[in-house]
Write a protein that binds this ligand. Structure first.
Ligand code: TNX
Length: 501
């Protein structure tokens, strides 16, 4: 009962016993995977899982990089196309152990029934966005979350690092971004009076970021940073008022919703963010960098003589074109440095920058349009994948946010939008991504509740075949939930929340 469901999974005669006598041999190219597996199995094996007669072996074979074959009999053999495949094979092996093996203090020996698994993912972008701007998650919480993504064979953590309500990454050249921008004061107003209003803050130092990126890389998760602009920038403007349009100081925003404060379009502002990006690129090896582009209100540009002058100089007729011009400049900047810009689907408005990848969130229309124009697309549809939405209609749900998105809704999701099926443009869909926006999620505990088990359903949709089998998924989930429990994940129970909120 593996989650996500492998391509092929059969029983075989015999069994394997995992105890302190087990040994682990790995191809040198898989040394990191072996080190990780030794660490994960240490509570079960009671020690080192040293190289020896090779009761567990990790080897390379002629397969795609993320594919693996796992055979369990008197020995355990993982044959993989590359380190990622070996890692997924090892993750599958862990799931063949009893749930107790996921405890930090586990007592073996554990017997694993004879098994053969053949597996590889359908999509290469299997992502989850975590908004650490609205509510900061500690480094420890992020590392733990990366382990949970990896357990489900997800491979992208999109970290939403900046927004109106907080700037969460240290930038050495501009210390006020975190000295000022990472902290918001107490307030009584807001969209959700019950949970908003407390003073709040926090940020990651560059050392923290390096650690997060390296930890994720060991687990074959790419951390894709987002610096949201030109909207969602009030925290940055609070730190450096010259970035805004008003010429008067602002504070880090203490309410939710789409704000009016956006960046100005001066050369100095573009240069400021290019300098920020220089540090970001240094920290994140990700080929993809997200620069937002979402929900940018144009009111201030309409009212600003400087913005209007710029539009006249550039011969632009509408403010949407001004945003598009700005995004093009950043697209050029990233392209020159060998990276690709990802933007939310609003970057389609006013003309899409040539190399840009579209993260389509407002349903799937953006995904269809961008793919047909030859752009790579990540399906982030809010109607299927926004895990900040409530999981049931009940009064006792901890999130007053209106839309209901059940486990079954997520499981029914298909990464390739219906309109693109059978169209060669479907090949432009790199994959899909859940969104965990945290206006109303203020702890790791609450994050667990919103993410699980819906993230397990998502993993099946983006790893496994296009066909859905809800009954089969329910069975797999019944076997999987005790693993989450052993890890200490407070997932949502089928009958609703426990009264901890
Ligand atoms: C829309 S998705 C947003 C976020 C909010 C989210 C709440 C996107 C690109 N923008 O700023 O947090 O809705 O669900």
């Amino acid at each position: 009962m593996i989650v996500p469901k492998p391509v092929r999974h059969e029983s075989r005669p015999g069994s394997f016993v995992l105890d302190s006598r087990a040994t682990l041999n790995a191809d040198p190219a898989l040394a990191e995977v072996a080190a990780w597996l030794r660490g994960e199995l240490a509570p079960v094996t009671g020690g080192e899982l040293l190289p020896g007669s090779g009761t567990i072996t990790l080897t390379l074979g002629d397969l795609p990089p993320e594919a693996y074959r796992l055979t369990v009999g008197p020995r355990v053999e993982v044959v993989a196309g590359g380190p990622a495949g070996a890692f997924y094979g090892a993750q599958t092996f862990r799931q063949l152990l009893p749930p107790a093996a996921f405890r930090r203090a586990a007592t073996g020996p554990f017997t694993v029934p004879g098994t053969y698994v053949e597996d590889e993912p359908r999509f290469r972008w299997r992502g989850c966005l975590l908004d650490v701007a609205r509510h900061f998650m500690t480094k420890h919480d992020v590392l733990r979350f990366i382990d949970l993504l990896a357990l489900h064979k997800l491979n992208v953590l999109h970290l939403h690092l900046t927004d109106d309500q907080g700037w969460r990454i240290e930038i050495k050249r501009y210390p006020r971004l975190t000295e000022v921008g990472a902290w918001r004061r107490e307030s009584q107003t807001g969209w959700n009076g019950a949970m908003d209003g407390r003073p709040h803050g926090g940020y990651y130092t560059q050392e923290d970021i390096r650690e997060i990126v390296a930890y994720a890389a060991q687990r074959h998760v790419t951390v894709v940073p987002e610096i949201d602009l030109p909207g969602h920038t009030q925290a940055a403007i609070a730190a450096y008022p010259e970035l805004g349009n008003l010429g008067t100081p602002l504070e880090v925003r203490t309410t939710w919703g789409v704000g009016v404060n956006v960046l100005n379009v001066e050369d100095a502002t573009i240069e400021f963010f290019q300098n920020v990006l220089d540090e970001v690129l240094e920290l994140f090896p990700s080929p993809y960098i997200v620069l937002g582009g979402d929900e940018c209100r144009k009111d201030q540009w309409r009212a600003s003589p400087a913005a209007q002058r710029r539009m006249a100089e550039l011969g632009l007729g509408a403010e949407e074109e001004l945003q598009s011009w700005l995004i093009h400049r950043f697209d050029d900047y990233l392209t020159e440095r060998g990276r690709r810009l990802v933007g939310w689907d609003e970057i389609l408005e006013g003309g899409l920058a040539p190399g840009a990848v579209v993260a389509s969130w407002r349903g799937e229309l953006g995904a269809v349009a961008a793919a047909r124009h030859g752009h790579d697309v990540i399906n982030c549809s809010n109607t299927s994948l926004y895990l900040d939405y409530r999981q049931g209609p009940g009064e006792e749900e901890p999130v007053p946010f209106g839309t209901v998105l059940t486990l079954e809704d997520v499981y029914a999701f298909e990464p390739v939008p219906e309109e693109l099926r059978g169209d060669p443009a479907a090949a432009r869909v790199l994959g899909a991504q859940c969104g965990i926006w945290t206006e109303l999620i203020d702890s790791s505990r609450h994050l667990d509740y919103m993410a699980f088990p819906r993230l397990a359903a998502f993993a099946e949709t983006v790893w496994g075949p296009a066909e859905r089998d809800l009954a089969g998924f329910r069975d797999r989930l019944a076997a999987h939930l005790p693993r989450l429990e052993a890890i200490g994940v407070e997932y949502r129970r089928a009958d609703g929340p426990l009264p901890w909120q």
